[in-house]
Design a protein around this ligand. Structure first.
Ligand SMILES: Nc1ncnc2c1ncn2[C@@H]1O[C@H](COP(=O)(O)OP(=O)(O)OP(=O)(O)O)[C@@H](O)[C@H]1O
Ligand SMILES: [Mg+2]
Length: 444
């Protein structure tokens, strides 16, 4: 497969080494291109120059594969700091051919991942553009499509744990079906039948035989929702099935194969439940072979507007704009129930709206209206500026970066429409055009 990359190098990488790697890459179809799918960053010593090289490349959003051309000099601590600087992986160069093959395999995987993560099905269901959410989606796609590992999804209520479980069922190698078992509703008396199924006459009231969750999940995903609520005796039964990969129906001695992928979700801290003896450690390690956390909405405010647009579309109001005050209201409101809360808020606003034209502030239900204007700059702004100052960035660059970022974000939100973006930014069309030209000039 053809891979488009760009190769950058620290000044301590000899010209001969660069050329040898270039040719080895070219031999297996990895060639340099103007808009690369990945950047290969070569360095000898891990010093300030190399760190800056990787950091700059990573800030473009393209995955960076760091390659150390003088491996014996690289300490384990330095290896971690290569990743901290933003590299997606680090290869220690020995023979150029072997580095090229290793790089080729990484690039192949990343491209497959990118394709899946960018597919309409994934983007239209797991909505969100924030780096935190996109990083989660990428790792969910990776674990779902390239492993058969059990997955534990943790996160506050309404953050999308069910959605992630459904995505794993869809992307994984099974039959795509998902069997959902809500552990809050399992009583120890009836759980045997719910999980294993039963034979006719197995107990009073068992007038006919019935399949349980393990049978219906066969070949697909078994999703144990709120797994932290599973009573201890049921934890033991579940562990046995996971270990033995077979089970018996209640009232039967026949073994049935249990071939399913396990996905569990909880909003509890299961590790501390294990510590206090409320959750079995052996079961925990079985179900949590791979863990992911769905971040609360307050940690990813950049997802609010994309989600609002998504919910409006679902509700039939896809073409409607939001007045700036409504947008500001939605961006600054708090969402204790996370995305579910946002969805309900959007629905309440949409249901009050009538006629054509944008959604206006009068559509916000009276009991929801805020008193007083939101405070800005707020704590989040202060955090971002503190981070820049701590990194030694000067005032002029901070000011420039803040306005460049505002322009970039609004243009993205407005589909690159200069006029609408200018209106939102409170500048004339012409001013915005000039700013964009100046930026393009600097980048080129
Ligand atoms: N990223 C997202 N994109 C689109 N819809 C989302 C997203 N996250 C959550 N939702 C929607 O928000 C609602 C709540 O999500 P979900 O049921 O997956 O949350 P949960 O974490 O399982 O919550 P709980 O802990 O209460 O069970 C659903 O209607 C879901 O479709
Ligand atoms: Mg749920």
């Amino acid at each position: 497969m053809q891979h488009a990359i760009s190769i950058i190098a620290s000044s301590d990488v000899a010209q001969g080494t660069r050329q040898a790697l270039h040719s080895a890459f070219a031999c297996i179809g990895i060639a340099t291109a103007p808009s690369p799918a990945a950047v290969i960053a070569l360095f000898g010593a891990w010093d300030a120059e190399a760190a800056q090289l990787v950091r700059n490349a990573a800030s473009s959003g393209v995955p960076v594969l760091a390659v150390c051309t003088a491996p014996p000099a690289l300490s384990a601590d330095s290896m971690w700091s290569v990743l901290e600087a933003g590299a997606a992986d680090l290869l220690l160069a020995d023979a150029p051919d072997s580095v090229a093959l290793q790089a080729g395999a990484r690039l192949e995987r990343w491209q497959a991942l990118d394709r899946l993560a960018a597919s309409a099905r994934v983007r239209d269901t797991l909505v969100g553009e924030s780096p935190a959410w996109r990083a989660l989606v990428r790792s969910v796609v990776e674990v779902a499509a390239f492993t058969e590992s059990p997955v534990l999804v943790t996160g506050e209520t309404g953050t999308g744990k069910d959605l992630i479980a459904q995505a794993i069922a869809h992307l994984g190698g099974g039959n795509g079906d998902i069997t959902v078992l809500d552990c809050t509703t399992l009583s120890p008396e009836l759980a045997g039948s719910e999980l294993f199924g039963h034979e006719r006459g197995a107990f009073t009231g068992a007038y006919s035989s019935r399949d349980g969750a393990f049978a219906s999940a066969n070949g697909g995903v078994l999703f144990l929702d709120e797994v932290g609520e599973l009573p201890l005796p049921l934890q033991a039964q579940l562990l046995r099935v996971i270990q033995e990969r077979q089970y018996k129906r209640v009232g039967s001695n026949d073994w049935h194969p249990a071939s399913f992928r396990l996905v569990c979700a909880t909003n509890r801290d299961l590790e501390s439940e294990v510590q206090r003896g409320a959750f079995r450690a052996d079961l925990y390690y079985r179900i949590a072979a791979w863990c992911c956390r769905t971040p609360p909405l307050r940690e990813r405010p950049g997802d609010i507007l994309p989600l609002v647009r998504h919910f409006l579309k679902q509700l039939g109001g896809g073409g409607h704009e939001l007045d700036p005050a409504v947008r500001q209201y939605l961006l600054t409101r708090s969402y204790p129930g996370n995305v579910r809360d946002l969805r309900q808020t959007v629905a309440r606003i949409w249901h009050r709206h009538t006629g054509p034209g944008p959604i206006t502030i009068g559509d916000v239900p009276p009991e929801e209206r805020r008193s007083g204007a939101p405070t800005w700059p707020d704590g989040r702004f202060a955090d971002a500026i503190r981070h820049a100052v701590d990194m030694g960035i000067g005032l002029a660059r901070i000011g420039q970066a803040a306005s460049d970022m505002a322009i970039q974000l609004v243009l993205e939100q407005e589909g690159d429409n200069n006029q609408r973006a200018a209106l939102r930014l409170g500048v004339t069309d012409r001013t915005l055009q000039l700013r964009r030209k100046a930026r393009a000039g600097q980048a080129g």
